[in-house]
Design a protein around this ligand. Sequence first.
Ligand code: C5P
Length: 222
Amino acid sequence: DSAPVLTIDGPGGAGKGTISRLVAERLGWHLLDSGALYRLTALAAVKHEVPLDDEATLAEVARDLDVVFVAEEDATIVLLEGQDATTTIRTEQVGDAASRVAALPAVRQALLQRQRDFHQAPGLVADGRDMGTVVFTDAPLKIFLTASADERAHRRQRQLQEAGVDASLSSLLKEIQARDARDTQRSVAPLKPADDAITLDTTRLTIPEVVDRLTELLTERG
Ligand code: C5P
């Protein structure tokens, strides 16, 4: 497929989700939230009582994932086996389970084609950890979005507050650091910038500033 792909990789809480959605909206492109696929795999595994270290069965769960993404006004509704899983997959618990199943090579392999199926005209914004390094290696523009762990913990806390959930900054920081460690140190598709990625530190940038910068970069790269 010759439709352009913009990959946005980086650690959790760097704003990838929001930024990717806004850039995709502005361009009228498709959006792949690859983290959601790992979260859904973890949730489906828990639902079907598959142990989170049973690699072969987890790969089957990933391959057979019955998921529908419904694009709404300013969010995407996620249906797992016909049931609304939109908020459930965002919990820390599911995020933690996701990063465990994501460390298993057979699970990553099982989700590869499903992710590549999102690559369609007029273009794709792909959000994840290995979009530029593994899934869409030919993407003309690869971004590595970062922010300090402190700033990411603050952002996460604000996000949770808006959803009516109270969480302490220190526990969020600990979770972020544990997730970072697991994502960067795993042997398969570890979190790291692609050799040809542009790193953008968003610690001191607002969301509109990041969206503008990415749109500029895309125009420059034509
Ligand atoms: O981005 P999000 O927090 O939704 O991702 C959840 C987990 O899924 C991450 O912590 C990471 O371990 C895993 N993941 C991954 N590769 C991706 C996207 C997410 O390993 N492309």
